[in-house]
Design a protein around this ligand. Structure first.
Ligand code: S3P
Length: 189
């Protein structure tokens, strides 16, 4: 894990991984500000993500998201949570290199439980379970590629997940190598 200017940690992962909740817990633990690119996009557009999808389309949302992520990586020194699909953008993937990116991994059952009816998440309209399954299958290799650490969240509380993320980041900052067995194939340490 390379120390770099920018956020202390960047959380990636699918909808239902708990990025926003865990980011808030980490920020409190470390006494740092928290930022979420979904909120930045909503602020810049002046409307909710579901409205951006309906009014302007997903491509427009992705363009706003790319700008929001680039800005947050440059400006923010606290805990940063990215929207689940932000890593689909090749520029965003390049921008993430050298940052402490932690993948919050979640399986289908827990993700479905956590998102409930998927209200406010336009990509889940229709059958939530099958939409999430498609997104998990398609995106897993991408999350593994951009992350330097993977933390399993299935069956765990946000507090427990946040404690593991904090420990892994603190160890990396102290120069303790991340055990390779715990990282995904293709992940960097
Ligand atoms: C999306 C995830 C959402 C939000 C948008 C699209 C995705 O963020 O950015 O609805 O493509 O996975 P969360 O992962 O924070 O729910």
């Amino acid at each position: 894990m390379t120390a770099s200017p920018g956020p202390r940690v960047v959380l990636v992962g699918p909808m239902g991984a708990g990025k926003t909740t865990v980011a808030g817990l980490l920020a409190r633990r470390w006494g740092l500000p928290v930022r979420d690119t979904d909120e930045d996009v909503e602020t810049s557009a002046g409307k909710a993500i579901s409205e951006i999808f309906v009014d302007d389309g997903e491509q427009h949302f992705r363009a706003l998201e790319r700008v929001a992520v680039a800005r947050a990586l440059a400006d923010h020194r606290g805990v940063l949570a990215l929207g689940g699909g932000s890593v689909l953008d090749p520029d965003t993937r390049s921008a993430l290199r050298g940052h402490r990116v932690v993948f919050l991994k979640v399986g289908l059952t827990d993700a479905v439980k956590r998102v409930g009816l998927g209200v406010g998440r336009p990509l889940l309209l229709g059958n939530v379970r099958s939409r999430i399954k498609g997104l998990l299958d398609e995106r897993l290799p991408i999350y593994q590629d951009v992350a330097v650490v993977t933390v399993e969240t299935d069956g765990r509380t946000p507090d427990d997940v946040a404690a593991e993320v904090a420990r892994r980041v603190e160890e990396a900052e102290d120069g303790v190598p991340v055990p390779s067995g715990e990282d995904p194939p293709g992940g960097r340490s």
